[in-house]
Design a protein around this ligand. Structure first.
Ligand SMILES: [Zn+2]
Length: 403
């Protein structure tokens, strides 16, 4: 069915979701016809989608939500739900369906307060649709307190409520929550399938699509960005030159500083695009006059402060995400070097810089390359633990040094 078109290389998951959507549809129809619901059903109230970044976790959750809300008349004639075109499907896919809440956070964590609000919403009956669906795209970011709030709602859901949680892996979700969800694992889609979808859906030139898919190793979102965004391509090229610049201490420190600065610049750009508008909107909503200098009504300082804190946390997260992307590209470089050193015949992701890869591969051995990859992983771990970015990245570039 068209609703599954955006899922790439996930045949098994797609089959399970389609079967569940079919049973969910039969269930709603039986209830509204006043007949007993079918005994065995593949539908359930809580789902957990896991898979590596870019595998399409939230795409799968959204497609399933659309199939659940499908109102196509073909269903009554034995057709499958998920036409992609009816009001239910369409509004879900574009994010405006009244009974589908998609929660995507740009913060590092989801707290108790937001979760209580979601749980309250989950108790409502669907207003126009067939199900009340809540998609939590970053279930790995729930704080422990928030997880406990969610637990009760997942344990005793309202009859028409469906929770769709997404997270990178099972270990990222609180055990109490994941044990109450039906688990679906998405895989990294094959490079050829990603290239194909870029050509078919985004109209990208086959050669450009193939290069972007190979370079990002099956991450659809990054592949699309790389194929369409010149700035992203040039950023990536800069990152991939780093291994050639870490010959001495001075070069290492300089390269580290540049990586961190580029990430900070990314965060600043996002902030400029979003923060000012957000602040102005809130000021207007609170009844302040136009212009940043005008007086705020009494009692609104707390709300403004809350927004500022939120914006600050978002900047931190954008910077960290951007740095992490650079480190993933760097890992890809050394993985290619390792493949050349071992002569393993593995596909090279960065074919366009083959000469650089060869040079580094000849200048060292596989053990050294493995230690370099470990240094990058250690840096990503340090950033996850909130070590100051420059400190973590400097330690890494020093460890990447030749010799
Ligand atoms: Zn539909």
């Amino acid at each position: 069915m068209p609703v599954w078109d955006d899922l790439v290389g996930q045949d098994r998951v797609q089959a399970q979701l389609a079967a569940a959507a079919r049973d969910a549809d039969a269930l709603v129809t039986a209830v509204s016809d006043g007949v007993p619901p079918p005994a065995a059903s593949k539908m359930t109230h809580a789902w957990l989608f896991t898979g590596p970044p870019g595998s399409g976790r939230s795409t799968a959750a959204r497609a399933f939500a659309a199939a659940l809300q499908c109102t196509s008349p073909d269903r009554a004639l034995g057709g499958e739900p998920g036409c992609g075109f009816c009001e239910g499907c369409h509004t879900t896919l574009v994010g405006t369906h009244a009974d589908v809440e998609i929660v995507r956070t740009d913060l590092l964590s989801i707290g108790v307060k937001e979760t209580r609000e979601l749980v309250r919403r989950a108790q409502l009956s669907p207003a126009v649709g067939r199900w009340q669906v809540i998609v939590l795209e970053d279930a790995d970011r729930l704080t422990e307190g928030a997880g406990n709030v969610l637990l009760k709602a997942v344990e005793e859901p309202a009859p028409r409520t469906v929770w769709l949680l997404c997270a990178p892996s099972l270990e990222d979700v609180l055990p109490t929550i994941r044990s109450r969800c039906r688990h679906l694992t998405l895989r990294t889609p094959p490079v050829a399938a990603v290239a194909d979808v870029l050509v078919r859906r985004d109209g990208i030139e086959p050669a450009v699509a193939a290069a972007a898919a190979r370079a990002t190793q099956g991450h659809i979102g990054r592949a699309r960005r790389l194929a369409t965004d010149e700035a992203a391509r040039s950023r990536r090229a800069t990152v991939l030159r780093l291994p050639l610049r870490v010959d001495d201490v001075g070069g290492c420190l300089k390269a580290a500083q540049e990586l961190v600065d580029a990430a900070a610049e990314d965060a600043k750009q996002v902030a400029e695009e979003v923060d000012t508008k957000e602040t102005e909107e809130l000021r207007a909503a609170l009844g302040a006059g136009a212009g940043a200098g005008s007086r705020m009504p009494r009692g609104t300082a707390g709300v403004m402060k809350e927004l500022e804190d939120r914006q600050k946390r978002r900047r931190t997260r954008t910077q960290r995400d951007s740095l992490d992307l650079a480190l993933i590209d760097l890992t890809g470089f050394y993985r290619d070097v390792l493949a050349l050193q071992l002569g393993s015949g593995l596909a090279i992701a960065n074919e366009e810089i083959r000469a650089d890869l060869d040079r580094i591969a000849r200048a060292s051995g596989p053990e050294r390359t493995l230690r370099r990859i470990e240094a990058i992983i250690a840096c990503r771990d340090a950033l996850d633990r909130n070590v100051a970015p420059l400190l973590a990245v400097e330690a890494m570039t020093m460890a990447l040094r030749a010799g």
